[in-house]
Design a protein around this ligand. Structure first.
Ligand code: 3PG
Length: 215
């Protein structure tokens, strides 16, 4: 078994597993396991599988059961019920694009770690009041990008961010160089056409290239 799931299980943070967390959309459940294995083969044994398609929960279930070397998480969580369903399917971490007080309270009550979505200082403070010092910054490029993160570092020195939304291989290094950024999220590791064609070699190569992005 890989050491990564153990790391997460013993209190390690999702944010420290890999520099780029793949934000994945799966249209066919049968693509889930080969896609997750391709990412792991490229050195990225983490998947944020978004709840944006009807097969998403089944895809999480399949990866949890058949690719235990991959730390499988669920993304695009916007309701407590989705969070419960994702945990029941086997998600080991949860990510939300934004949060309300009730969603924050629910995420904080679950047995797996969550990264609540934030885009403003007030939202980060609300998340911190609910017990979260690690949050997603979304949509990163549209909400101020690296300039925002640099500006909030001095007022929120205890908060670490995973920015996602509009980040590319070209812009990722400038995010990863910031002291309050632990990792970034991006969908570019699993292009729709590569998944549709079962081009797992392309996904292995895209995953492997992320190792170069941290300065
Ligand atoms: C997310 O949910 O984090 C984003 O959809 C990922 O953004 P991207 O597609 O711009 O990488």
């Amino acid at each position: 078994m890989s050491v990564l799931p153990d790391l997460l299980g013993s209190g390690g943070s999702v944010l420290d597993l890999v520099p780029v967390v793949p934000v994945v959309v799966v249209d066919r459940a049968e693509d889930a396991v080969p896609l997750a294995r391709a990412l792991a083969a490229g050195g990225v044994p983490v998947v944020e599988l978004t709840l944006r398609t009807p097969v998403a929960l089944e895809a999480i279930r399949l990866i949890a059961a058949e690719a235990p070397e991959v730390v499988i998480g669920a993304g695009t969580i916007t309701t407590p019920a989705q969070a419960d369903a994702a945990v029941e399917a086997g998600a080991r971490f949860l990510v939300s694009p934004g949060a309300t007080p009730s969603l924050l309270a629910h995420l904080g009550s679950l047995p797996v770690p969550s990264l609540p979505g934030t885009a403003t200082v007030s939202e980060v403070i609300a998340a911190r009041e609910a017990g979260f010092t690690e949050v997603k910054f979304f949509p990163a490029e549209a909400s101020g990008g690296t300039a925002y993160l640099g500006a909030v570092a001095s007022v929120l020195p205890d908060v670490r961010f995973c920015p996602t939304g509009g980040i590319t291989p070209a812009s990722a290094p400038s995010y990863l160089a910031l002291p309050n950024v632990a990792c970034v999220g991006g969908s570019w590791l699993t292009p729709k056409d590569a998944v549709a064609a079962g081009d797992w070699d392309r996904i292995i190569a895209l995953a492997a290239a992320t190792a170069e992005l941290r300065g």
